[in-house]
Design a protein around this ligand. Sequence first.
Ligand code: ADP
Length: 446
Amino acid sequence: MTPNSLSRLLFGLLFGALAGAVVGATLQEPLTGAATGALAGTLLSIVIDTRRGLRLLDWLRGPQHLAAPRDEGFWGELAYRIERALRQKELAIGQERERLSQFLAAIEASPNGVMLLDGNDQIEWCNTVAAQHFGLDPQRDRLQRVTNLVRSPQFVAFLQAGAFDEPVTVPGPLGRSTISLLVRPYGEGMKLLLSQDITERERAEAMRRDFVANVSHEIRTPLTVLSGFVETLAQLPLTEPERQRVLALMSQQTGRMQALVGDLLTLAQLEGSPRPGADRWLALAPLLQRSLADAVALSAGRHAITLREAPELEVAGLEGELLSAVGNLLGNAVRYTPEGGRIELACSVLEDGRALIAVSDTGPGIAREHLPRLTERFYRVDGSRSRETGGTGLGLSIVKHVVQRHGGEIDIESEPGKGSTFKLLLPALRVRPAERALSARAEAAA
Ligand code: ADP
């Protein structure tokens, strides 16, 4: 019994006894009245106390989201203290939850996949990136055994072997990607799985290997021919015409090597230098005229080469690079179009403001299946024809690099037997009419 309840009990007892005595006195039974009053007062205070206690118990049994009963005295203070302790706990839990969700949001934002596995290799949690890497659903697949969902034999064998010192490479879902996987054990048999999509890196590495192999091959072939001729010159007594013929062939091979090294340097330069600024304007017409003159010289009268009426334009870019792009397209047209064919250079402005530079020829054309690969380094439709005519296999990849560096794109239309059209599209941002440039200059001068 608490002091508070005790005092209420005493008060009930005394007040009851007094009231009973007063009422009893009117009936000439003061003592019986006092005793009955004391009993009634005591009972009443016990009932009030019990009711308050039961109300608090009721509240405690419930979900406690409503306020605790606000009684006076002992039960009121008990309810208040219990409620305060509860609310503080709730607050602490809320803060912990908030911290956990921030922590998970940070892991969620990671560019890498993160997955937590329990001792039975069941998924405790995984971020969206990991779910994508393994083709999982972060919500639905929780608490599922990961090896039941990710069935790649490499993955299953890796997890079962338990040797996690080195990362392992596994195929992604549908086998279209390559995922690098690192496992770090923690806690009691738990595992942290870190995954990274390395498809692009692998592709770049494969391209680099192919490129080195191709360059080596392209250089070795003329070198082998050259060393054969050197031996011939050194060992065989040749007549003057024979010597001249061997020297001419040797010069052809050195020319081929020079062209290859030149194109390789151009590519390296294009890859290593910053993008051309959009504020260096140059007139397009003279640039096209120069390319045309070079093509006419290369053709040496074998083709009809024309420049269709071109609008007076200025483009923002690097003259050397644009000359090389247009020159490469015209060079290809001359080299692949049989004698008597027509080659046309044209330039126009599209409705959306882009500039279109097109080189069309009446040459052999190219089958549809080759078109997407034409701009790859060393890709040739007909290797021997390309080499015969002095091709390095790098021309179109240089062209593509140049237009892409200028924010544009290359489009190829061709059909076997019907000739080809190579289009360079430069973005509107880098194109302006020459008059505007003139008036801008006039304004600046005024
Ligand atoms: P190459 O030095 O071999 O000409 P390119 O990269 O310039 O290398 O061209 C790639 C391939 O595209 C060429 O080998 C050739 O088969 C084909 N090609 C390019 N331009 C033309 C064209 N105007 N007509 C027909 N085929 C072409």
